[in-house]
Structures are given as structure tokens and as C-alpha cells.
Write a protein of this length. Structure first.
Length: 330
């Protein structure tokens, strides 16, 4: 058994879990075309969940802040992106890929900008007074989430809002018997770009080094003359912007959104960061891919188990690794 474990770690270890899950699903599903369609859909879903979860993982793991209001940024990102796309309806529906891309990136940029500004205000007004007090963090951030949902209802109303997709992303890529939605491919690429950017910043730059050093020994880093509190505010703001971008992409994925979109995603986001491990970008990506793939495979194989599948996955992983798959801190 120990030899099997050593081989597992040597040839990829826990990073192979999505591959192992996909292989098991291939055997159970039987149809290669169906399996490939579900796999691509699961990977795209996982990347969008990663965008929403990575920021919370950093805030939770590095700053020790239990921010249950994180999903409010997901909701606002979704509705702001939907409003921008609706305002640019002519560009969205045009045959020009350039106009389509311009409208899409303006919508994503508007969501990200809101996330940056709102995240800064949220940290200064709501989070800063309750640092190191987990009970008050839970209560005040849950209250902030409820207020955010009421603001969305007041501004956008209670009826579901349709979210148009840019014309060039409305079709599907046909490969033999396999049909893959272009929007899902775009979502996967965007999530991958975000992951690479975060990885480089946290592991290959001075800012990332200071953030990680501040987590390990805040007093020492401050004694060297660095303002760790400002770096942590930057982490919080970045996490809020990523949540808003994830919400914007999820809105296009769902194509119909309500004010409860953030609350609905909050449970999945927390499952991902618990599976992946607190404060770990690599863990968040791994957890998000596992959740996305598991959700799609189980929804096809056993629809009645779809809602419970991710909870079962989380419990199984925590029994194996209590701190998650790749925790940055323990």
C-alpha cells in the first residue's frame, strides 16, 4: 500500500485526481461523445467556480477572515455585466467578432471595477472593525449579504433577468459527434489565464513573497518596514474583483439570473475552498475542477444525487486530508 502511495505521489499525486475522476466517468458513461461533452462542460464550470472561489480562499486562508458576504460580489458582478451587455445589445448581436469581444470585455471590466471599489469599501467599513473575531465576522458579513440582495432587488427588480451572449459565442464547436459550446471554451480559457496570473503574482513577484511572509510572521515583516495591512487590503480587493468577474461569467453561462445567484453559489464556493485547502490558489483550482466535473458526471449518471454529490466529495476528501488537498496554511 505504501509503495502504491509513493507511485501516486511520484507521478502527479493529488493533481491527478481530476484525471482519475474523468477516467472513472468514461467507464461508467460508455459513450465517448457524451463523456467528452460532459468533461468540457465540467472543466468550464470548474474554471468559473475557480474565479469565484480563489479570492475567498486567499482572504480566508491568508487574512483569517470569514467573509460570508463574498457572494454579494458574485451577484453584483453578474447584474452589472448583464446591464452592460443589455446596453450594448447592438454590439452583442452584431456579426463582428471585434464588437462582440469589445462588449464582452467592457462587461467584464465593469464587473471587475465594481469589485475593486466595493471590495475596498467593504474591507474598510465592515471587515476592518471585526478582524480576529470570527463570530462577529460571520454575523456582520451575513448581514451585508442580505443587504446586498435587497439592493439588487431595489435596483434591478425581482424578476429574472435574461443575459445575452455575444454572437460569436452562441454557437457550438462540432467535432464528430461531439458538440462543445463556444462560451464554455471561452470560460475555460479565461479561468486558465486568471490562474496563471495569480500563480505568477503570488509565487514569482516581490508582492506575493511579502504577502506569504506576512502570513507566516507578520511582526517580522512589519519590523522590516513593510505595511502588511495594505498588502492584505490589496488581497481582499483582488478577491472581490475576481468574485465579480466570476459572477459576470456565470451570468452568461446561466443566461437567466436572479438576486439569489450569489447565495446559490456560496455553498459551492465554500466547498471548493475547503476541498482545495485554505489560502491555496493551486488547491482552489484543483477543488473547482473536481466539483465541476463531479457535478456534470453525477447529473448525467444519477440525477437525483446531483445536489448531494459535491457534499459527498468534500466529506470523502476531508476524511483523507483534513486540511484539504493543497492547503497553504494549517
Amino acid at each position: 500500500m505504501e509503495q502504491l502511495g509513493s507511485y501516486f505521489e511520484r507521478y502527479g499525486g493529488i493533481n491527478l485526481l481530476p484525471v482519475i475522476l474523468a477516467v472513472i466517468a468514461f467507464v461508467l458513461i460508455g459513450s465517448p461523445s457524451t463523456w467528452l461533452t460532459l468533461t468540457v462542460a465540467g472543466l468550464a464550470m470548474g474554471m468559473m467556480i475557480f474565479l469565484m472561489a480563489s479570492g475567498l480562499s486567499l482572504v480566508f486562508g491568508l487574512m483569517d477572515v470569514l467573509n460570508f458576504g463574498h457572494s454579494a460580489f458574485i451577484s453584483f458582478g453578474a447584474f452589472i455585466a448583464a446591464s452592460v451587455l443589455a446596453a450594448l445589445a447592438a454590439w452583442v448581436a452584431a456579426d463582428s467578432v471585434l464588437l462582440n469581444l469589445t462588449a464582452l470585455f467592457l462587461a467584464i471590466a465593469a464587473a471587475a471595477l465594481f469589485g475593486l471599489l466595493a471590495g475596498w469599501v467593504f474591507e474598510k467599513v465592515i471587515i476592518k472593525p471585526v478582524y480576529r473575531d470570527h463570530l462577529r465576522q460571520i454575523l456582520i458579513t451575513m448581514g451585508a449579504l442580505i443587504v446586498a440582495e435587497q439592493i439588487i432587488l431595489a435596483v434591478w427588480g425581482g424578476s429574472p433577468i435574461s443575459v445575452p451572449r455575444p454572437h460569436f459565442l452562441t454557437g457550438s464547436l462540432i467535432i464528430g459527434d461531439v458538440s462543445i459550446e463556444l462560451y464554455r471554451l471561452f470560460a475555460f480559457v479565461l479561468g486558465l489565464v486568471a490562474y496563471v496570473a495569480l500563480y505568477v503574482v503570488l509565487n514569482r513577484t516581490r508582492v506575493g513573497l511579502l504577502v506569504r511572509a506576512g502570513v507566516e510572521n507578520r511582526e517580522m515583516v512589519e519590523a522590516l518596514g513593510f505595511r502588511i495591512d495594505r498588502l492584505f487590503v490589496g488581497v481582499f480587493v483582488l478577491g472581490s474583483a475576481l468574485a465579480a468577474v466570476g459572477g459576470a461569467m456565470w451570468a452568461g453561462y446561466e443566461t437567466l439570473i436572479t438576486a439569489a445567484i450569489g447565495s446559490e453559489m456560496m455553498i459551492i464556493v465554500f466547498i471548493v475552498i475547503i476541498i482545495g485547502g485554505l489560502g491555496s490558489i493551486e488547491g482552489s483550482l484543483l477543488g473547482a475542477l473536481l466539483v465541476g466535473l463531479m457535478g456534470n458526471y453525477v447529473a448525467f449518471l444519477a440525477p437525483k444525487m446531483a445536489l448531494a454529490s459535491n457534499m459527498i466529495l468534500m466529506m470523502a476528501i476531508l476524511l483523507w486530508r483534513p486540511y484539504g488537498l493543497r492547503p497553504a496554511v494549517k
